[in-house]
Design a protein around this ligand. Structure first.
Ligand SMILES: [Zn+2]
Length: 283
């Protein structure tokens, strides 16, 4: 079973607009249409059995709708293989109730996005949410490092993540994009001794602009550095993720398969680590 720990979809009526806006601001192309059906087609084509959806609440009022949809999505997990995390915003003052409700509803974790939520990762509001998420047994997955759409925004810089880890000591914190998109040296130096998981989303993949007049193509994180980081953090803590629709799932899978990890390490990264963290056998 192959599990993709980092994917996105949008409600059907919003997908087209959301994809266009995000693709435009990040100058990257999309590889599926952003709908749940598009994700499923892409999973089938790539041979991916299970995908974790990571919705982001960019306003406090969105949390309710996001979390209702997450529960609906999860009710169909057996047919679709798609499992949604919940969303929460740092300004949700009723965060205790939200997190408790998510856990009671069988939601496995929450997604935080310090850049989109314009909040430093070691802000007291995030620390409180993380503490409460841990009390409720929830996984916390956060965007980590820079964001391609907001150059220079350091809301989730490795130093901020380290500071938050020191204060809260979350037991199930997943850092997207191998711990720090665009600042991997810093992430490798300052976070390897924190008890964190890393997802591989949008790291080995070539960055392809969404306009044809720009021809440059380079990968974000080189293979050697990827391997070095995977092994220094521990391959039992690395989770395969694609960031679909922003990468081609099949290509992302091939890149990880050909990264130089051993067959046993690959098994853990593509499947075992995520299944353990998500308690997939209990669904
Ligand atoms: Zn993402």
């Amino acid at each position: 079973m192959i599990i993709d720990f980092h994917t996105h979809t949008f409600p059907r009526q919003l997908a087209r607009r959301a994809i266009a806006r995000l693709s435009d601001s990040a100058h990257i192309r999309n590889y599926s249409d952003g709908t749940p059906e598009g994700l499923k087609r892409s999973m089938n084509a790539a041979g991916i059995d299970c995908a974790v959806l990571l919705p982001v609440a960019t306003r406090p009022a969105q949390a309710e709708d996001i979390n209702r949809l997450a529960m609906e999505t999860n009710a169909h997990f057996r047919e679709t293989g798609i499992l949604s995390f919940g969303g929460i915003h740092p300004d949700n003052t009723d965060y205790r109730t939200i997190l408790k409700t998510l856990a009671a509803g069988g939601i496995r974790g929450i997604k935080l996005h310090p850049v989109f939520q314009e909040t430093y990762f070691d802000d007291i509001r995030y620390l409180r949410i993380m503490e409460c998420a841990c009390e409720n047994g929830l996984i916390i997955l956060t965007h980590a490092g820079f964001d391609i759409s907001f150059p220079g925004a350091d809301f989730s810089a490795p130093s901020r993540i380290r500071s938050a880890c020191r204060q809260v000591r979350p037991d199930k914190l997943v850092l997207a994009h191998m711990g720090g998109w665009g600042c991997w040296e810093e992430a490798a130096e300052s976070l390897a001794d924190c008890d964190v998981y890393l997802d591989t989303a949008f790291t080995l993949d070539p960055l392809r602009p969404n306009t044809d007049d720009i021809v440059c193509e380079h990968t974000a994180l080189c293979r050697e550095k990827f391997l070095q980081m995977a092994r220094s953090f521990g391959t039992d803590r690395i989770l395969f993720g694609t960031d679909s629709p922003w990468t081609d799932m099949a290509e992302a899978l091939t890149l990880v398969r050909e990264s130089g990890l051993s067959p046993a390490e690959l098994d853990a990264v593509l499947s075992g680590n995520a299944a353990r963290l998500l308690h997939l056998t209990e669904i």
